[in-house]
Design a protein around this ligand. Structure first.
Ligand SMILES: [Zn+2]
Length: 411
């Protein structure tokens, strides 16, 4: 098949060169193109690899040189692998180890590249770039959820190093999830600073939903109007904090239960406009009452020497009812827990573990972004590649008695 492809390309080159000689292909305003030697390049595609001799031409007006065939099949000047092969390799490598990915492609009858080469391609690809421009984020309020996970990184002297991977996802008002970024070995503060430099802005009314990780809510405070602390984490963290302060299960259990109960203010699911003003003010009152209960909880903790727990709840208090305030203000329902991003993180951690040990921060960042893009928005990923490959399905091959049309040819 690779040889057959090479033959097609050679024939295409003949056609292009005869057009060059006839003057129907030109550069500057009809200036003549002259033959300018040729160069040999190894081309890799999923069908196999082969050497291709590209003819080069030179514009008699501007002096620019190019290979008509290279331009026709939209290969960049130094590109030696097809985009579809890069896609195959990148996808396989983001699902399993390089070794297995390569073996799997071989089984499928695709070109087998060395696993080192596959790794190299992943490190160099730019398909992992995450676009967080206004076109992607939109103009309506979004929910953003950051989270982190650990991974086994490549260390020195044969010792594994604990790596740290951070991810931010966004959810728009239609409930669609999109990636906002992924970083390895970087602090939340660094990420926030990077956003500032990139002039990232989120639409007004956006909310941050997160667990209580130190430094996280501070780092994103400037980007959102409201913060929501994950309600699932709060009672659990209260337990850990009180435990640090010397409390045991019998002391913590009633407080955890009381906190979990107080936090759960259910919002009406119906259209915000149909909810009566009375009901809205009841909910607001309930929120304010609960905040007073939380104050009492804080004094109780302080009074019993649970200082770490008291500090923790004091810090968390301002983010306890972000979802209620946002609903009262904008009529938008947002989750009380960060479970969406945790699901993404679990999937990410699972795959990274399966792919390989001994990751460099750079390698893990690349792969994490690829997984994140495919996992959160598989459709967008396909669109990206389709655009990159510029597949228009408009092909007609005619060799001797053989004629082959692609499905879209008629269009
Ligand atoms: Zn020219």
């Amino acid at each position: 098949m690779a040889e057959f492809l090479r033959l097609i390309l050679q024939l295409e080159q003949e056609v292009l060169m005869s057009r060059v000689l006839a003057g129907t292909i030109s550069c500057c305003n009809g200036a003549k193109l002259q033959l300018n030697g040729s160069f040999d390049r190894r081309i890799r595609t999923s069908l196999g690899e082969f050497n291709m001799d590209f003819f080069r031409v030179r514009c008699s007006a501007c002096g620019k040189t190019f290979a008509p065939l290279q331009r026709f099949i939209q290969l960049e000047r130094y590109q030696s692998k097809s985009n579809e092969l890069e896609k195959l390799i990148v996808e396989a490598a983001s699902e399993t180890s390089y070794r297995r990915a390569v073996a799997q492609l071989k089984r499928d009858g695709k070109l087998a590249v060395a696993h080192r080469t596959a790794h190299d391609w992943v490190i160099r690809t730019d398909c992992d770039e995450i676009d967080i421009s206004k076109d992607i984020v939109g103009s309506l309020p979004v929910q953003i959820m950051p989270d982190g996970t650990k991974f086994k990184g490549g260390g020195q002297d044969g010792k594994a190093r604990q790596g740290d991977l951070k991810v931010v996802i966004g959810i728009n008002t239609r409930g669609e999830v999109f990636p906002l970024g992924s970083w390895a070995g970087k602090s939340w503060e660094y990420i926030s600073e990077q956003w500032k430099q990139g002039q990232v802005a989120l639409p007004k009314g956006s909310i941050l939903i997160s667990d209580g990780e130190l430094g996280l809510s501070e780092a994103f405070a400037d980007y959102v109007d409201e913060q929501q602390r994950c309600h699932w984490h709060l009672p659990r963290d209260l337990y850990h904090m009180m435990y640090q302060d010397g409390a045991r299960k019998k002391d913590t259990k009633p407080l955890q239960d009381a906190l979990a109960g107080a936090l759960a203010i259910e919002l009406p699911q119906e259209d915000f406009k149909k909810v009566s003003e009375q009901e809205k003010s009841d909910i607001e009152e309930r929120m304010e009452n609960t905040e007073r209960v939380i104050d009492k909880l804080i004094s109780y903790l302080e009074g019993h020497g649970y200082d770490a727990a008291a500090t923790y709840i004091t810090r968390a208090k301002k983010g306890m009812f972000g979802y209620v305030r946002r609903w009262l203000k904008l009529g938008l329902i947002s989750p009380r827990a960060s479970s969406m991003v945790e699901r993404v993180m679990r999937e990410l951690a699972r795959r990274i573990k399966r792919i390989a040990y001994g990751w460099s921060d750079k390698g893990v960042t690349k792969v994490a972004r690829i997984i994140l893009k495919r996992f959160t928005n598989a459709k967008e990923w396909e669109v990206y590649w389709k655009n990159k490959m510029n597949v228009i399905g408009n092909v007609y091959v005619d060799i001797g008695n053989y004629k082959v049309f692609s499905q879209n040819f008629a269009h």
